[in-house]
Structures are given as C-alpha cells and as structure tokens.
Design a protein. Structure first.
Length: 614
C-alpha cells in the first residue's frame, strides 16, 4: 500500500488575498443566514457549512424553509463560544484589511430614476480565491481585467456626475460581467446593462443592489439588437464587455439590413456574433475599448470573412485571445476574446496581437489582473503571443484563430519524450508490483449474516440523516448507482450522498462494511430518479457476521484494491496525455515515426510464457 501511495504522489508531481468586512445589524431580534455571514465576516457558504457541520448551531426561529431566520442573541453567543466571532472585535479597522463604506448620506437623493446605487448598508464579503470561481465568473474577471485604466474616471464619484464613464454590457444576463467590472473600478464607473429575459434582468438587479461597492447601475429588459435601450449612448461609452448568447443561431438581419451600426458590413444570418461585435463597437467613444467573447466559428467562418477583414483593415481589432476550453458560461465551449478599440484620429495600423492560452491546464492560470496582462504582453513569449502584421491576416480567409500564428507550445525534444516515457514506464512497474495475488480460502466460507437494522438496534452503527455532514470514518451510500465509500472528512465527501452510516470502530470496520454493502445495495431497485437508496432498504442490507479482527483483514484488502484502482485511473489520465503529446510530436516533426518497444527486465520463463500468450 505504501508503494501505491508513492506511485500516486509521483503521478501528481508529474502532472488572492482575502479580505473580510461586516455590517452593523442593528437591534433586530432575528437575522437571516446572509446577515450572519456579514456579522461574522465570512461568506454565505461558510454559514451553510456551519449549519451542516455543527449540531449546536442555533436552530431557525422563523422565516421559510428557503430563507430561515435565526435568533440574533443565540447566533452571537454561538459565534463567541466557538471562536468564530473573533473578527467582530477588529472589523472595520484598516490594519485587518477590512473596509467600510462611510458617510452614506454624501450621495444626493435626486439621482435620475434609471440609475440606482448599490446598497450602502452592506459591506464587502470576503473575496473568493480564483480557484473558487465558476467558469463564468472567471471569464468575467478576465474580461474586466483587460479594460485599460483609462476606462475609469480620475477618482471615485461623490455624487451624480454626468461625466462618470459608462461601462455597458448589452447582453448582461445575470450581471456577472458587470459585477466583475464593479469589483475592479468601484464608483469610478457607471454600469449599464440590457437583457432579453425578464427573470435574468430581475436577478441582475438584485445582485447589483447587493454589491457593496456603491457602483451606479442601470438595467433594462429587451432585445439589444432590435430594441436598443441605450441608443443614446452610441459613440459615448468608455467600455463594453459582452458575452453574446451562444445559443442564438440566427438574428433577424432582414429587419436591420441598413442599420447604421454595421460599420464593417451587414452580418449574414448565421453570423449573429458579428452583429453583437459591431453593436458593442458602435457604443464606444474614441479610445473606448470593447472586450467581446466569441466562438471559434466567428474567427474563421467564410460568411464572416469580409467583416473580419474590415475590422482588421481599419485598425479596430487589437487583440485576439484564445482561452482554455470550458471558460464560457456554456459548458465545454471554446472561447476567444476580441479586444476592439475605437481609434482617435487616423486609423492605427499596428499589428494585431494573437494570444494562445488554450493549452493552459487550469483556467485559473489565465491572467485576471491588468498588470498580469501587461507582463504577459511585455514578455512576448513566441509560444504564447505574437504581434501579427495586418497584411498577413488579410492574406486568405482572414483566419483569426491564434493557433494559426503562434508558435506551437514549447516543443519538447526527443530526449524530453524519452525521459517522460521512461518515467511512465517506471510508474507502471510500481503499480504492477502492487497488484495483489489472493490465496484460496483454506476452508469453505459459509458466513452467517446480519442486517444493518440489527446492527443499528445493537448500537454498532447509526443511520444518520442524509443532509448531515459526513465525518471521517462514516460509510456513505451514494446516488446514481455509485459504490459505497468511506468518508475522508474532506469536501469530496459531500457529492451525491444517499445515506450516511456512522459506525462504532471498536465493533465494526468501515471498509469491510462499505465493500460488503456493494452487492446488496447495488441489487436493490432505486427509490427515485437519483438512484438514492432509502433507509428501509438500507436497513435490510446484510453483511457477514465476523469478529473485528477478521473484518479488518477484509477491510485492509479492500482498501488496498481501492487505492490501486485510484492509482491506475491516474495512470490512465497521464498516459492519455503522454500519448496525445507524442502524436503532436510526430505531427510537429519533433519525433520520427520509427519506434522501439520498451523491454521488460523480467526475463524469467514465466514472463516469456506471458509474452507468448500476448
């Protein structure tokens, strides 16, 4: 087992600052979970986790099932008793990194009706790390980080100022992009958004109203292409960020064939994203910047060639950035960012910067701060970016895929491939050496069995509520026909739980129970669409009646097999990656097609016999 652990670590090796704030809750007797989060200076997810993990956490005293309320006195007492409220004494002090919005009365009450200021009685919740963001949130952070400093005004607004720059999202959905812009620029910009779905608009308004930075916003409902609510801002906004609706295969070009927004040509019905690109550009003021997310087809589809060429020829298109797969709001999509800038004066015909980040293993490695982008652009690594002359882009079909122009990712040498293959060969040998050979039983095994219900009545185990938080050593029955496992006490335990079985380790071995439950639990019909085993069926499941020492023998063997399975699964993933890279090496000309097979050093007759069988 130790050998398997070592092999697993070898496989793994081969392959934001937080700040907290709180708000005063006043003298209310009851508080919501969101208010508790602000009181303790944590996220709402942390409060939900407390409710699950700590049975002594105060019980709801009112509200509804979806929005319960709690006794403020009980919550404060629990926070102090558990040490979770240590932040209360220091919240609001700058040396702790907390921030507070002071003097909310400084904002005038006669703001135009369409503009709302984010709620000022709320303070910033702790910022999540990049690894905690969803793909859509990470994309929003990346797009907002590409906006230049000139997007914002010289300083924060102290009231209504008509010249505070506007940042527009004409397809704002639930305001994920606008929130990222607010997080970056705060009150130095005003936010404007339009969304065709009323429910999404309502969500956007709610999220922006809960944002603690005090950024002004204006949200409208309607189709931006047909019913542009921001036509008064054409040629006037400082920046536009937009992820067009990728599920919109066509747009009504016949109704807008002569629209003045089509500076670079009328988009064909299948080129809806090019309509959105031009719609975004039409709102920019001189030197204004737009960051638009598009799919690969927009970069090379023949029907859009003339518009792409016009964007290149005019000097408007400045950067094309290929992002890792799956960074868009839609799952498993390839996303490219087009950065456009309206010229001030004569057209600027400098090169178009092509950036290929599609081969990054982790989307969190994409730059999400403006300074990080500046460093990336400044390094001019030929395996990541290249400034391409516009004439080169205009030669042919105006293909705007960065992979066409950027040097292939750090090409490995033949020796590098040989080293990786040798390392993989060593790992496989270590895994094979961990394959167990079990002996036949010395006597027939005729075990008597006992049901889990009987064990529960005897106090050997307890079937807990499925919404409880698993603890290390619990046996977890899972949904969708997945086999039972032993809880590790980590976040990985929380996925797909059907039932939780707490055991007495002095009388029952967890791995023994989890393994012998496979047969009975898998044979029972699913009680619902999630394949979740109910408590009554679980209590009817049987396991052999064995002494603890014998259980532990079985448990050790089962655990060894489980770890071996995890190692082999990891090896499969690494092997697939190595093979893909080897194929790429052949295509790129780094490797020759002639090859030799690696020989096993075991030249015993038994090994020769196995080779002959193969």
């Amino acid at each position: 087992m130790q050998m398997l652990t070592s092999a697993h670590s070898l496989i793994v090796s081969a392959s934001v600052a937080l700040y907290g704030c709180r708000m005063g809750l006043g003298e209310h007797d009851e508080v919501t979970a969101a208010a508790i989060a602000r009181l303790a200076g944590v996220s709402r997810a942390a409060v939900a986790n407390w409710r699950k993990r700590y049975p002594e956490f105060p019980k709801p005293v009112g509200g509804s099932g979806h929005s319960p309320t709690f006794s403020l006195a009980e919550v404060e007492e629990w926070l102090k008793a558990t040490g979770k409220g240590d932040q209360l004494a220091t919240a609001g002090q700058t040396e702790t990194g907390t921030q507070r919005v002071d003097n909310p009365d400084q904002f005038p009450s006669d703001l135009p009706y369409a503009w709302e200021r984010c709620s000022l009685d709320r303070l910033q919740e702790p910022e999540r790390g990049v690894a905690d963001l969803t793909s859509g949130e990470l994309l929003a952070r990346v797009m907002a980080s590409l906006l230049p400093h000139s997007t914002a005004s010289a300083g924060p607004s102290s009231g209504w100022e008509a010249d505070v720059p506007v940042v527009l999202d004409p397809a704002c959905s639930e305001a994920t992009l606008l929130l990222a812009v607010a997080d970056r620029f705060g009150t130095e910009v005003r936010l404007a958004g339009q969304e065709i779905q009323l429910t999404a608009t309502e969500t956007a308004v709610q999220r922006l109203s809960e944002n603690p930075l005090g950024t002004l916003y204006e949200i409208h409902t309607g189709d931006s292409l047909l019913e542009n609510q921001f036509s008064g801002y054409l040629g006037a906004v400082a920046a536009v960020v937009c992820e067009p609706p990728f599920d919109q295969p066509q747009w009504p070009s016949a109704e807008l064939a002569t629209d003045p927004r089509w500076d670079f040509g009328t988009p064909a019905p299948r080129d809806g994203e090019l309509a959105w690109v031009q719609h975004c550009y039409a709102h920019l003021r001189p030197r204004g910047v737009a960051v638009v997310a598009v799919t690969p087809r927009t970069c090379l589809q023949p029907s859009g060639q003339q518009i792409r060429a016009a964007l290149v020829r005019s000097g408007v298109l400045r950067d094309v950035i290929a992002l890792p797969k799956g960074m868009g709001s839609a799952p498993d999509t390839d996303v490219y960012l087009w950065v456009l800038q309206r010229p001030y004066g004569p057209p600027d015909h400098r090169e178009v910067r092509m950036v290929d980040l599609s081969r990054l293993g982790d989307a969190a490695d994409v730059p999400y701060e403006f300074a990080a982008w500046e460093r990336l652009f400044g390094e001019a690594d030929p395996t990541v970016s290249r400034a391409v002359p516009r004439l080169e882009l205009l030669d042919g079909e105006t293909n705007l895929l960065p992979s066409r122009y950027v040097t292939p990712w750090a090409e490995a040498s033949t020796d590098d491939f040989a080293h990786v293959t040798d390392r993989l060969h060593t790992l496989y040998l270590q895994a094979v050496q961990g394959l167990p050979r079990f002996a036949a039983p010395t006597a027939p095994t005729h075990h008597s069995h006992v049901t889990l219900g009987e064990l529960e009545r005897a106090g050997v185990l307890t079937v807990r509520a499925r919404d409880d938080t698993p603890r290390a050593g619990d046996v977890l029955l899972r949904t969708l026909g997945r086999p039972p496992i032993v809880a590790t006490g980590t976040a990985a335990d929380d996925t797909g739980i059907a039932q939780i079985v707490e055991i007495d380790p002095a009388r029952l071995d967890a791995y023994f129970l989890a393994s012998f439950l496979r047969a009975d639990a898998g044979a029972l019909p699913a009680a619902n669409t999630l394949g979740a085993l109910n408590r009554d069926d679980l209590r009817r499941c049987r396991v052999p009646r064995l002494p603890l020492a014998e259980q532990q023998r079985y448990g050790y063997a089962f655990r060894h097999l489980q770890e071996l399975q995890e190692v082999l699964a990891a090896l499969e993933r690494v092997s697939t990656h190595v093979i893909e890279q080897t194929v790429y090496g052949l295509i790129a000309g780094v490797l020759a097609p002639e090859y030799t097979l690696m020989k096993n050093t075991d030249d015993t007759p038994a090994a020769d016999e196995e080779k002959r069988k193969l």
